[in-house]
Design a protein around this ligand. Sequence first.
Ligand code: NI
Length: 171
Amino acid sequence: MAIKPVLKMGEPLLLEVARKVDRFNTPELDGLIQDMQDTMAALDGAGLAAPQIGVSLQVAIFGFEENQRYPDADEVPFTILINPKLTPLAEDMEDGWEGCLSVPGMRGVVPRYSQLRYQGFDQHGNTIDRKVDGFHARVVQHECDHLQGILYPMRMTDFQTFGFTDVLFPG
Ligand code: NI
């Protein structure tokens, strides 16, 4: 078990396009995923991407039953998603609040596709193929953006909604 430091916005590695995983069931990949799970759990995150702990590989994890950071969000099944491909299923975008462990203490409203299909692999190389909407779709887009070097403020369109969590949501 290892809780890793999470890189913060401003770190160049967070802006890189991550490499695809080409071998599954290796000790390196298993160790990376374990570190990501430990780190996400320790920080009560809704998701985490490998670049956030300094590894530029296309691996993301997300999911929760209940999350203190997002108390109103619907449950999202815990998922390990590798080499993802996203396909929007409708053109409409939905605004919603987001935060990020790499942008600590802040929140902003981000437009995201409301429905999408995501495909990829789990840690054993098994195929994942799901159609989702709502907060599940939002989390997937946020985490997959990390693998393309994109942080949520780069997706914002209304910076008047960008601020510190304790000021935006007092009490
Ligand atoms: Ni994030």
